[in-house]
Design a protein around this ligand. Sequence first.
Ligand SMILES: [Zn+2]
Length: 465
Amino acid sequence: MALKCVKCGLKLPLYPPKSKCEKCGGTLEYKVSLPTDRKIKFSGKLRFWRYRALLPPVQNVTSLGEGGTPLHNAARLAKSIGLKRLYLKDETRNPTNSFRDRAAALLISNALDLKYDTLISATNGNLGASLAAYSAKAGLICHVIVPKLVDVGKLAQMLVYDAVIEEFGETVDDSIRRGESLAEETGWYQATAELNPLVIEAQKTISYEVCEQFGVPDWFIVSMGSGGTIHSIWKGFKELKQFGMTGSLSKIVGVQPKGCAPIVKSIKGRSKLARTSKPSTRALAVLVAEPLQGEFAIEAIMESNGLALTVSDSEIFEAELQIAKLEGMFAEPASSATIAALKKLVEEGTIAKNDSVVCLITGSGLKATDVLQVLTKKQKTAVLGLEISTKEKILHILSRKDTYGYDIWKKLGRTMTRGAIYQHLNDLSEKGLIVGYTKNGRKFFKITERGKKALHAIDDLKLLL
Ligand SMILES: [Zn+2]
């Protein structure tokens, strides 16, 4: 095992995991070498630490039971998309409901080995939640720097696990710069994903697991923010091949939301990676304007003969509801983007019916408040719809014949209180859609011209729906 600069090849000590090359500023990466007996043995239950032999060495193993997540056979979703073999790597089943628990387990173990008592991480959510939980378990102090736009569910996790939270910057790009200078100032353990090469090592175990659970799929689809995750997935598969544990490799597909797609733009335009100005997406986990590991992501996509594409926020949300309704899985928007992309690729014929596909579901939809808001709105509309339909029914009854409240209540099937009926009659009178008059000592109601017009308008509208 060695820590090397990918640019100039400089070899550094394994620990502490530096954020960049001290000679050229290049990115650092751990290079795994085959054990002396040339045999890799995974041992123990299907869990994160099963892969210890291919991870940088640690002594103080910290665990909350991360990894070993199910590879979900998504048969119903596959059928609706027009595929035969679709699997979802369900990372929502980790202790804090995201794939970042793998990174937290390795980083916190390493921080304990190196006798740090405080760590710092700039994060747009999931990693902060994971580190906060694992720090609590290990008795470390966890500082997190989050941007203004962060999923409220993730923030709630950081709070409950007792992290020290600082808000800094619009997007995570700003928070990372702050995290970098703070670590230099204080000497705290650097636990920002983009600044600690151990994170790549931790996340590559996802590929190891998929390989043990299924084998190597034809396609592996990942959503991209900083580009680190897709790189880890590719690194994991390449290592397995290098060590003779598999013969084939997946084609890697990288997905970004339309409003924030610097990596996809660079690939499609064959241009240099550039910062996205005014980035915007509701998939906050991948709202990264300047992907620090973008070059790695591009390399993974090109080397694997894969491809990159964008999907819109509305396509993402449609996919999110589809995954939930067909598979009983609540995925966060960034993860749902993989299914939105898959639908496009199957439609255009890039991915064939018989190809095997794995989509990476990085985190739970419960963490992303956005979706909950959408659902609440939907529920309100449904209630509103009900009220319209009662008033509409009353108008229909009155369009046939004038009558009184009690009769209307009976005609509506006595499904609501009579008080509620009188409330509706009052509302309709106030709006001038009906008028009341007294006949034989009883209050009758009559539909007005305006009421008739309203009824016609509703009927016309229904033709459109
Ligand atoms: Zn270097």
